[in-house]
Design a protein around this ligand. Structure first.
Ligand code: SF4
Length: 412
């Protein structure tokens, strides 16, 4: 690729030093106390630090900090070391992960722990390159976070927060999800990272994005690096000068400037950056699902749940018997198909008319707009479960909530 124009780089070593200093000083003063940070700062054993950072980073992918704290604490209480995690079953992992979403994260975390124990003699890889190469589910970002925070490797990280901060600091308005821009941001993060406190520097940059340089209304007045911020400078300049700015990249052709078709919009200020290509629309899907219920031997209501296949969406989780529906299917046909499906599970005839329509539940997965069409059916007498089918069982409401079920099924 063509070299990046100077205005998009951190080419002045004195400025880089000043930026590192201001950011770290702010982080020391203002950082939030989070359980994994406390552990990473106090635990003398580097592999234990790495395990804590790893668990927290995997949980934090796609999930808010406030939600993660409780899951993280329970996880570390149950499996305080990766040796303990390696001995857990997938069922236990899914149960603890229940409600956190993106279930393959927990599964791969556990697979990776097993790999460290069985193939790497219980020792974590110690560089970002090895972590990414050797551990399933550990991508470039997580590898950089573990290596810098736990092992002190001077390597950068790029996540959503860092993308936003760097794009604003350097007026990067090209599509920030494009591989060309992402590569540039990684180069930038690796060049910027503080050599003596890499873990703190990376966390500081992410913390800045989470607390100050936030997506919609960044607090530029309070920002510790505002004097290094090109977006803020551009905003303060107001209208573009009649004479072109000497630092402008020229008309068109710059791989990092906003495209000529969508130039700087002064009403947006610093939130002109970053920019993303329009997201793909999620796929629309409909699924019929039925809550089968019966009176258990102690009189309490029980519900029938079945286990999903061990790969694919929501792998290994439990759900009410469900059936994907073709688009535009008539209600009557839906019921018939669901009745046939239930018959296979229960081994007894199910009359379509006896299914009671309860309502619809919408759940948005990252790439699927899913509607569950929910029915219920009370059953009398015992139901013989067919061992040839996937695992299935009857649970009370309490057991249901303690099982490895997805948030979507809890809504149902
Ligand atoms: Fe973000 Fe504003 Fe700070 Fe620039 S000055 S880095 S836009 S908070």
């Amino acid at each position: 690729p063509a070299p990046a124009p100077a205005r998009h780089l951190f080419s002045d070593p004195a400025e880089v030093e000043a930026l590192r200093g201001s950011l770290l000083a702010w982080y020391d003063r203002c950082r939030r106390d989070l359980p994994w940070r406390t552990l990473a700062a106090t635990e003398p054993d580097a592999d234990r630090r790495a395990y804590a950072v790893w668990v927290s980073e995997i949980m934090l992918q796609q999930t808010q900090v406030a939600t993660v704290i409780d899951y993280y604490n329970r996880w570390m209480q149950k499996w305080p070391t990766l040796q303990a995690l390696a001995q857990a079953s997938l069922e236990e992992v899914n149960e603890l992960w229940s409600g956190l979403g993106y279930y393959s994260r927990g599964k791969r975390l556990q697979e990776a722990a097993r790999k460290v124990v069985s193939e790497l003699a219980g020792r974590m890889p110690r560089t970002a390159g090895d972590l990414q190469k050797l551990l399933p589910g550990v991508g470039r970002y997580t590898a950089g976070a573990i290596a810098s925070i736990s092992y002190g490797q001077a390597t950068g990280v790029v996540d959503g927060n860092v993308i936003r901060v760097l794009c604003r600091l350097r007026c990067i308005g090209a599509d920030s999800s494009s591989p060309a821009v992402i590569d540039r941001l990684w180069d930038m993060a690796n060049a910027l990272v503080d050599r003596s406190r890499p873990g703190d520097f990376n966390q500081a940059l992410m913390e800045l994005g989470a607390m100050v340089c936030v997506p919609k209304a960044p607090l530029c007045g309070e920002c510790p690096v505002k004097q290094h911020c090109q977006a803020r400078r551009r905003k303060l300049l107001g209208k573009p000068a009649a004479v072109p700015d000497v630092e402008d990249c020229g008309v068109g052709g710059c791989p990092l400037c906003p495209p000529a078709t969508e130039p700087w919009d002064s009403s947006l200020g610093v939130t002109n950056f970053p920019r993303k290509a329009a997201k793909k629309q999620p796929r629309v899907a409909r699924t019929a699902t039925c809550v089968l219920e019966r009176r258990g031997c102690h009189g309490a209501l029980e519900y029938f749940i079945v286990q999903r296949p061990s790969s694919g969406l929501l792998a290994g989780l439990w759900e009410f018997p469900s059936l994907p529906l073709a688009q535009g299917l008539q209600e009557e046909k839906q019921r018939e198909l669901l009745a046939d499906h239930l018959q296979a599970w229960t081994g007894q005839p199910v009359v379509a008319r006896s299914l009671r329509f309860i309502g619809e539940v919408i759940h948005i997965f990252s790439h699927i707009h899913q509607t569950y069409v929910v029915y219920s059916l009370p059953l009398d007498g015992d139901v013989t479960l067919d061992p040839a089918l996937s695992p299935s069982r009857w649970v009370t409401e309490e057991e249901f909530h303690a099982s490895a079920v997805s948030t979507a099924m809890k809504k149902v």
